[in-house]
Write a protein that binds this ligand. Sequence first.
Ligand SMILES: NC(=O)c1ccc[n+]([C@@H]2O[C@H](COP(=O)([O-])OP(=O)(O)OC[C@H]3O[C@@H](n4cnc5c(N)ncnc54)[C@H](OP(=O)(O)O)[C@@H]3O)[C@@H](O)[C@H]2O)c1
Length: 282
Amino acid sequence: MTTILDGKKCSEKRLELTKEKIEESGLYPRLATVIVGSDPASQMYVRMKHKACERVGIGSVGIELPEDATTDAVLDAVRRLNADDDINGILVQLPLPKGIDTEQIIDAISPAKDVDGYHPENMGLLFSGKPRFSSCTPKGIMTLLEEYQIPLSGARAVVVGRSIDVGRPMAALLLNADATVTICHSRTKDLAEELKRADILVSAIGKAHFITPAMVKQGAVVIDVGINQLDGKLVGDVDFAAVSGIASAITPVPGGVGPMTIATLMENTFMAAKEQVCGSAE
Ligand SMILES: NC(=O)c1ccc[n+]([C@@H]2O[C@H](COP(=O)([O-])OP(=O)(O)OC[C@H]3O[C@@H](n4cnc5c(N)ncnc54)[C@H](OP(=O)(O)O)[C@@H]3O)[C@@H](O)[C@H]2O)c1
């Protein structure tokens, strides 16, 4: 029987836990979001993040900049938030409009407030096996795998995608959990061959129903990060109906990885507040 990895249910549990921990700590963590332009998907994600903050007892402020904002204007907003002692976490919603130097913006975020974990310092710590802030989507996936007691040590994990927000940190987290990791991308030769060997398959490509049963090993655990529109419906990278017949466990879209990302952002923001106020995240 195939297990559906229920990210919605797991994220509810995690949000409740974070809320309790924040109450116990007596802290009032605060997250600032920065959004540039009016992309409807980005606006929706930011709204969901603010709603989650409210639910767990994190204060949130939203900085909105126009579509034609310059890199300097975004840098200015980030630097002001870096200097603001009332702000513990900073999240710049990606993707930024064309013309803005995303790398420069990420590099400008104070590593101590970088709750998305994209800053090179945090990425370096993650890859050296001493993570501070790990990117929310991959870290949320690790929490989901743990919740369902999916064994990772010695497992052959294949990650498709090498972005800084998903593919790369996902590979590092799986490696830190003692999996044997392969990273695939658009230049990978014979992708199906690589995927067929995966005990754990993570797809972060952004192409609807790209992963078919012919690419999946019988009994594999399949994690679908993709969010795509197909015939007016939200679908993942994985052909869920066909692949769930082969997989031992699989995440649905929606209701799989997405909710875990937001729950993890709350955990990272609380962690940042503890580190800044108490000098330690413990
Ligand atoms: N659920 C969530 O919370 C969440 C969070 C973040 C992202 N997402 C979704 O996850 C997907 C990926 O996001 P992302 O930010 O990682 O995207 P991205 O930056 O566009 O990266 C996509 C990756 O897929 C690889 N790729 C593209 N076509 C391929 C192919 N035919 N074969 C093999 N690899 C291929 C690309 O390879 P190259 O590097 O060679 O170009 C790239 O590394 C999107 O649908 C996004 O919306 C979901």
